[in-house]
Design a protein around this ligand. Structure first.
Ligand SMILES: O=C(CO)[C@H](O)[C@H](O)COP(=O)(O)O
Length: 219
């Protein structure tokens, strides 16, 4: 894949102006909307619930990339399929039967993603990488926007790229957490296909321009 994607994380949007921010992403150079769903159990934070998720899905015109930071994600696969999610990502650490969960996501017509926490080795995907459409590499400990990028991520991206090539997988590599203009190019050069950026976009003076610059930088 040559096109590198930017997916603004709505976690860092201004929730008082959520509709404005969703529309800004619709009209920007961003490729996807990234929704971070947190349950207060798998991660120490709760993001937003179903009424807000539904409203976002209704207004969003770009593909929906949904990242479930929740325990027992199988309970919500159908719900997100009905909402129109294109990619549904579950955490490796939250799945007892990851292979079954991936099949269930795909049988609902969505692409199946797996997220890895910073402490989780890429090698654990050795037996599932051919069934995975996207690996979300957490470059911060999940739970909050605005954290600092963990430098060890570069090594993990490189390990993952090797695994994907060795196993002939088509999985995309997505990076989530602390992405900004300083690390974006190096991440893409190391093998990243999709960059999720929250604070760097929504806390900037001109989010539309920031997305445009980020896209240009990684083109
Ligand atoms: O959800 C997250 C952590 O759980 C991410 O950090 C979020 O998607 C991106 O935010 P930021 O760019 O501010 O790190």
């Amino acid at each position: 894949m040559n096109t590198k994607l930017v997916a603004p994380s709505l976690l860092a949007a201004d929730f008082g102006n959520l509709q404005r921010d969703v529309e800004m992403v619709n009209q920007s150079d961003a490729d996807w909307h990234h929704l971070d769903i947190m349950d207060g159990v798998f991660v120490p934070n709760i993001s937003y619930g179903m009424p807000v998720i539904k409203a976002i899905a209704q207004h969003a015109t770009k593909p929906l990339d949904v990242h479930l930071m929740i325990i027992d994600p199988d309970r919500y696969i159908k719900t997100f399929a009905d909402l129109g999610a294109n990619y549904l990502t579950v955490h490796y650490e939250a799945c007892n039967h990851l292979h079954r969960t991936l099949q269930a996501i795909k049988s609902e017509g969505m692409k199946a993603g797996v997220a890895l926490n910073p402490h989780t080795s890429v090698s654990l995907l050795e037996d599932t990488i051919q069934d995975i459409d996207l690996v979300c590499m957490m470059s911060v400990n999940p739970g909050f926007g605005g954290q600092s990028f963990i430098e060890n991520t570069y090594q993990k991206v490189s390990d993952l790229k090797n695994l994907i090539e060795r196993k002939n997988s088509k999985a995309l590599i997505e990076i989530d957490g602390g992405v900004n203009a300083t690390n974006a190019k190096k991440l893409v050069n190391t093998g990243a296909d999709v960059l999720v950026a929250g604070s760097f976009v929504f806390k900037s003076q001109d989010p539309t321009e920031t997305i445009k610059n980020l896209k240009e930088q990684i083109a």
